[in-house]
Design a protein around this ligand. Structure first.
Ligand code: ZN
Ligand code: ZN
Ligand code: ZN
Length: 360
């Protein structure tokens, strides 16, 4: 985010003695003549617009005012002696600066200020009553609706989750108990079964999406639209500026500096397109019983190629008249001779987890 200066705006301060609101650049109260005390802050003035007065702007740029250490009067940052009492300003104290005093929004809905003395409705920017001259308080803007506090009672929800967790853990525990408990049995091999597969791949149209400079050269049916590809803190060729709400920062002079945070969106064409890609179009399968496995025979057409091959060898056993099957590594497949005796390990879920041929 880069900070961008929008301009300057006059702030105001409220006299603690007589409650009169005074323009920020005015050092003494127009109601009672008192100097603005150090602890009375500048505030945003409702409906204030950007300043065009070059003198006030230049003053804001010189730095925060110095509060005289003897009489408390505010003096410009570059003054050497107090304009009110002549005191040495090196003994004074610079006003605080840099605080955000509020959003800058001259178009905010005008709020009428009602005079406490005579009831007259005054325009937003008025500081004294247009009818009786009494000092006016701050205009009261409509308050945003109160934030809805999240209701307490998340505890009940937490209990529910703990309950679900316990049930899930019990289920996993029971599963592990049955799956891990195994039993050794004597089995008789009945049949050796094999299966071999070959994937056939072909070129097929696929829709994909990329930034224009990354679209493959052979892509077709492009459909593109402008999207934000990256963001930068500084303006770039062709970038789009996006700024936050302007806000006002106290300069300690009665004039606020209006700034906003901006970033720059760099746009590019995001395109969807069609491209030909290799994909599985068919799987050839060959299977049988016995010890002469063979790969499926296949003819490829022009735009095809062979993909992944896989083979699987299964020995079918009987244990107490029940049938079980177990996948063997190809090196042990030929041991699965019908009638041979095996020791098999069967788990609680009825699966054979290991098999070993008995010595003859
Ligand atoms: Zn006053
Ligand atoms: Zn002084
Ligand atoms: Zn009045």
């Amino acid at each position: 985010m880069a900070q961008k200066e929008v301009g300057f705006v006059e702030l105001e301060w409220t006299c603690p003695v007589c409650k009169t609101r005074n323009p920020g650049t005015q050092k003494t109260c127009s109601g009672c003549g008192a100097a603005q005390p150090e602890n009375v802050a500048f505030e945003t003035a409702a409906g204030a617009e950007l300043l065009t007065d070059e003198q006030k702007i230049a003053r804001a740029k010189t730095g925060p005012d110095i509060q005289c250490g003897f009489c408390g009067a505010r003096n410009a940052a570059d003054a050497k002696v107090c304009s009110q009492c002549g005191g040495d300003l090196t003994q004074g104290k610079a006003r605080a600066a840099g605080q955000v005093v509020g959003a800058f929004d001259p178009k905010a809905a005008a709020v009428e200020v009602t005079c406490a003395a005579c009831g007259m409705k005054n325009p937003t920017a008025a500081r004294v009553c247009v009818r009786c001259g009494a000092p006016l308080g701050k205009p009261v803007a409509a308050q945003p609706a109160a934030m809805v506090q999240p209701t307490a009672g998340g505890g009940g929800n937490a209990m529910l989750w703990i309950g679900i967790g316990v049930v899930v853990l019990l289920a996993i525990g029971a599963f592990m108990f049955f799956a891990l408990r195994t039993e050794n049995k004597i089995a008789v091999a009945q049949e050796a079964r094999w299966q071999r597969t070959i994937a056939v791949e072909g070129l097929a149209p696929v829709r994909d999406r990329d930034w224009r400079d990354q679209v493959p050269a052979d892509a077709s049916n492009l459909s593109c639209q402008r999207e934000v590809r990256s963001r930068s803190d500084s303006p770039q060729p062709g970038s789009r500026e996006v700024c936050g709400t302007p806000y006002t920062v106290d300069t300690g002079t009665g004039v606020g500096r209006v700034v906003q945070e901006c970033e720059y969106e760099i746009l590019d064409d995001l395109c969807t397109y069609t491209v030909l890609r290799w994909g599985v179009v068919n799987t050839l399968v060959s299977d049988g019983v016995g010890f002469s496995p063979a790969w499926p025979a296949a003819q490829l057409t022009g735009e095809q190629r062979f993909g992944q091959r896989s083979e699987r060898y299964v020995c079918v056993f009987t244990v107490d008249d029940k049938e079980y099957s177990f996948t063997l590594p190809s090196s042990l497949y030929e041991q699965c001779q019908p009638g041979s005796r095996w020791t098999v390990e069967i788990n609680g879920l009825g699966d054979v987890v290991s098999a070993e041929r008995e010595g003859d």
